[in-house]
Design a protein around this ligand. Structure first.
Ligand SMILES: [Zn+2]
Length: 61
């Protein structure tokens, strides 16, 4: 059975691929990195910007 490496689209033999579904450890890490980057981007977008509290300790009389 042959499968395509999700990262580089190369055909690999499923039973002989130690890093399946990837063809190599490199491709596995690339995919993992891309996934993490994507998650970060989504999380950053969704995060609500924290309003800055203005310092109110100083008072002018
Ligand atoms: Zn690959």
């Amino acid at each position: 059975m042959q499968v395509k490496c999700p990262t580089c689209q190369r055909l690999i033999e499923w039973t002989q691929a130690p890093y399946r579904p990837f063809c190599s450890e490199r491709c596995r890490l690339i995919d993992l990195g891309a996934w993490l980057t994507e998650r970060h981007a989504i999380a950053g977008e969704a995060a609500t910007p924290e309003p800055e509290h203005a310092p109110e300790h100083r008072r002018e009389s």
